[in-house]
Design a protein around this ligand. Sequence first.
Ligand code: KIV
Length: 256
Amino acid sequence: MTAREKAAALRSRKGGSRIAALTAYDYPTARLLDGCGTDVLLVGDSLGMVVLGFPDTTQVTLDHMLHHVAAVARARPSALILGDLPIHSYDSPAQAIDSARRLADAGAEAVKLEGGTEQAAKVRAIVDAGIPVIGHLGMLPQHVLEEGGYHRKGRTPEQAKAIHDGARALVDAGVCAIVLESIVPDIARDVTRAVPVPTIGIGCGETTCDGEVAVITDVVGSFPWFVPPFARPEGKVADEVKSAVKRYVERVKGAG
Ligand code: KIV
């Protein structure tokens, strides 16, 4: 399937089977997740924290993203490869098109950017350039510094209105889906009912959206130093790694 066919297939899941999306940042993870029926592999700028060791996503560059999108693309997954546009790679419509093209050339089949009404012109420009776009509303990690932390959104009528307006603007601009992050469940559910494209939730409650996205390290338990309160770990990979490495170290050091 072409990128546009995959994006259209994702859009057509509205009202149908639920969407399971996960982040992936490298070739082996992409192969493993694709073999498990994951629908979307998000090369998220969360790689800044869980792969590159930055405190947040604000130091992630387009070059970082290109490196990791290319690694995931080498796995040739059936899942849609979604690449995040990092902070300051889409400050104008022209820059947004250029950055999205570079991500697409590296293997991204759709791109994601943060924000609502204020980003609609950029979304339209990228879509018109032939690259599918997924929106991202609610808590926006690229704004963590000016907002002084990660705050749940949709708690006031003004915030709820901004989310609804943003969703409408993104749909009008041509997105094929919208990620909703850390929005109070009632508002996430309302937005999901209101828009004709699938919503993919994280930290919005479990059945409020048309699907869910999770950070792979939260799901497999490989980044024990920070686990978001809404995460539901399904594995303990960090413990497995430590046991295996301890056995290796003991075997090597004991062999002399
Ligand atoms: O970068 C990322 O992992 C994301 C998800 C939190 C949706 O954008």
